[in-house]
Structures are given as C-alpha cells and as structure tokens.
Design a protein around this ligand. Sequence first.
Ligand code: BG6
Length: 462
Amino acid sequence: MFYKQLKKFPKNFLWGASTSAFQVEGGWDADGKGPSVQDALGARHDDITDFKVASDHYHRYQEDVRLFAEMGLKSYRFSVAWSRVIPDGQGGVNEKGIEFYNNLIDELLRYNIEPILTLYHFDLPQALEERGGWNNRETIDAFVEYSRLVFERFGDRVKYFLTINEQNVMVLHGNALGAQSTKKESYQQAHHMFLAQALSMKLCHELLDDAKIGPAPNIISVYPETCSPEDVIAADNWMAIRCWLYLDMAYHGEYNSLVWAYLCDRGLEPEFQEGDAEILKGAKPDFISINYYATMTVSASRNDGTDVTHREGDQQIMYGEEGVYRAAVNPHLGKTQYSWLIDPVGFRTTLRAVWDKYRLPIMISENGLGQGDELVDGQVDDQYRIDYLTMHIEQMQLALTDGVEIFAYCPWAAMDLVSTHQGYGKRYGFIYIDRDEFDLKELKRIPKKSYFWYKEFINSNS
Ligand code: BG6
C-alpha cells in the first residue's frame, strides 16, 4: 500500500539489540556455574569453535554496556543462564551468578538502558537434561522455581520478561540444538514447555505489578509457491504447525485445532494430565515478541516419499514433511553469504498477521544478518548489514503505519557472538570481537560501521 506519509516511531520506542547468555558470556564454569546442554553440545563440537569463552561478556560486561550506551541503545535484550543462578537446575542458588546479573542490570540502568530479560534461551541446565529434560514433568516445576527466583531477585528493576526463546525451533529442529528426541517426544516436551510458560507468566503477574511478560517464538510468513489451492493449503498447514501453534498456546491457552488434528492423525498428540487445560488457560501474555529472519515458500506435498529434503545452509532448515508441505524455491528473494533468504517485505507481512490475530503490542526480539565480517586496518565495513537492517526497519515503519502496534526492535546482535551451530566466523554484531574460532587473541571490542550507523539512526528517531 502506498502512503503519502509514514507514521513516526514513538519517542519512547525501545531501540535495542539482543544477545543470549551461552552465546556471549563465556565463563562457562566460572564462580559456581553449572553446565548447560549447550556446554555439553559444545564439548561434542569443540572442533568448530572454542565456545567456552564466547565473547567473554561475563568478565567484560562493563565495557560492553558502556559501548551499548555510547551507541545510544534504549534497551538491551539478554538471557539469564539458568545454570549460572541454579547450577543443578533445581535447588541451591548460586549467589555469585545472581550477583553477575544484578551488576549487569544495574549497569544498564545507570545508562538508562531498559533491560529485557529472556528466561530461557536454548540452555537447559545439563543436570535437568540428565533427568529427562523436558520429557520429565519435574522440569516444569524447576522452571517455575527458577522463574520465581528471577522475578524475586530482578523484578524490582526489570520490567520486560520473555519466557522461552524460539520454542518452535527447539521443537522442530531440536537436533540442531543438541536434543536427541523423537517427534512424539518433541511434542510432549512442547506441551510441558507450554505449561511451564503459562505458570511462569501467571507467577510474574502475581509477584510483580508493573512487569510485562510474553513469549518469543520465531515467527515468519509462509508463502505458497503458486496460486494453486493445494499450494495455498500447504502454506496454511505449515504456518499453523510451525508458527501459530506457539502463539495460540501462549495467548489462547488452547491447541490450534488444525494442529491438534494433525498431531492426533499421526499419533503425536501429547498426553494431558488432569489440570493441564486449566493451567494453559490460566495466563495471558502482555505482549508478543517475535524473532524474524526470513520467510519460507512451500508447495503441496507430493506424498510420494520425496517431500523430505535437506537444503544445506538454509536458515529455515527446509526439510518438508510428507502430506504437509514440500520446500520450494522463491525466485524473488536474495540470500546472505550463509544462504539465508532476505525478505524485508515478508517482515511487514508477518507483523501484520501477528497483529491481526492477537491485537497485542509486538516486540521484535531478533532480526539480523550473519556474515563473515573482516577487520581491515582496524575497521569493519559492514555496509551489507546496514542495508539489511535499513530495509527491515523501513518495512517495520510501513507496518506501523498499517496500524500494527510495535514497541521494541532488538536486532541480533548487540555484539559478535557464537552462532548456534556455525561457529564464531558467522558474525551478527554491531561490535566486532577480535577473536578467531580458536585463537582468542585479546577479544578486543571494535565498533563496526553499522554501530555508528545505528547510533545516528537511534539519535534521529528518538
Ligand atoms: C535465532 C536464535 O534462531 O537465530 C539465536 O534465537 C541464533 O540464538 C540466531 O544465534 C541466529 O542463528 P545462527 O544459527 O546463525 O546462530
């Protein structure tokens, strides 16, 4: 739609940036931290990158926050490492871990940067994993106990909480993140996470008057390859299974009926225990947070044993599923160096769809470009990242003008960090961290060209 005038971003818009604990902190066993599943995964993949130090944010958070402040960030989204504050996932509290987050939060507030805290970002405590992880209903209780600790210790200063980062990615592509589960188990785990999330949202509202809490799945638009009604249905199917299930559960506390029919048909439906339905319905989020990188395009399943494919390098891991969808190529979109599609207009489409369905204010907790940035003469010219972010912000502004309520944009990432499965060479940050996969060098912080661009942008938009 063409507008003569675009709506301006509100003055108090939370321009920010994101990270997650295991990807930046390092200090993997410092001061009493327990291991997480990511530490166990890293140990299995220590041929890819030295993950134990990551960006050494644990020891250098003051310098990092100073750089965030100089960039003009209004908000910073980070996650608490559950096993740093409760080393075994349940039980004893590690006060040193609490102290680290207290210091980080205080430092952010000193510079008027709004802390946005993710409770759980892919790093379940290994001790819980060894007792069955999310297959075990005790993990629900552990999550609630951990949430209580976070709300009680940090809720006097933190006003925005995200529950679970990309639950849908953990369920659909858990193997890439270290889990070894069958599909049936994955949906049972998802059910337990939905319960944990509902209980945690409820507790947040009981304990904290001013705090706001919401889910943070990876939400995109799924396009049909053609206007054939079969392709359209396939896109609809995959959108429901991949995306709407997770927001419907957070918002309605009820399984999306299409997805439930699909799960029952395949014998994948999770087991409900008495009281589950009430728990799921017992909480509502205050906002919806989404991570958006790119759209997907699908065609109808051929149902002939050839739907499942693996396209190496694709961000959305386009496997396809017999009877549901088949991955298709979108000839209209460019790709990043890592073969992730670039679709800023799809960002607008996605924001409109989420707003239409739930009418809750939206935060964007991730969006960004991974690239093998190069340090040349002490500088990083990442114009491609500036172009990528500019295109997405333009579409976000169009969505805002369309009437979508958006209050925060936190691109991935505030600084370089370890990618979930592609090492340190794949960089996302506004701040370059001078280290290689194995040579940690001095881990010097070097603002990239995009850092100065974002600083200028925030300054002129707030
Ligand atoms: C999101 C995750 O899926 O994508 C982040 O929440 C992740 O943790 C980001 O780093 C980029 O993915 P990757 O695989 O390039 O690190």
